[in-house]
Design a protein around this ligand. Structure first.
Ligand code: SF4
Length: 111
């Protein structure tokens, strides 16, 4: 029997089944990949000023993307739709555009 909210993971998409008013409705929550070309970063710190929870400046003058996998040259992080707007803001202020965001479901590059 389904509970009030059931979460299903299918591939890269997450579905939540919500039983409301005795009718089941489905919501799809897209996921996104943030790709940071750290090797090409010039250390301007605009990303860290815009989204300090995610971008933390390091001793080498460049930021790390919190929670990301990768190394000192390239980092990647999968994010939820709820985090998308803040990551897009940080990517847009980067003067050398080394932060990119992709829709994992469609492959579309958002920035
Ligand atoms: S804004 Fe761009 S260049 Fe500046 S630190 Fe962030 S990623 Fe590097």
């Amino acid at each position: 029997m389904l509970g009030k909210h059931n979460i299903y993971f299918l591939g890269t998409e997450t579905y939540i089944a919500a039983n409301r008013f005795d009718k089941q409705s489905w919501f799809s929550m897209a996921k996104y990949r943030v790709v940071f070309d750290r090797g090409a970063c010039i250390g301007a710190a605009a990303c860290a000023a815009t989204f300090p929870e995610a971008w933390v400046m390091k001793d080498d003058g460049k930021p790390d993307l919190t929670g990301a996998t990768g190394n000192s040259e390239k980092q990647e992080l999968i994010i939820e739709e709820s985090e998308l707007e803040k990551h897009l803001e940080a990517a847009k202020v980067c003067p050398v555009l080394v932060i990119h965001v992709y829709n994992l479901d469609t492959g579309e590059q958002l920035i």
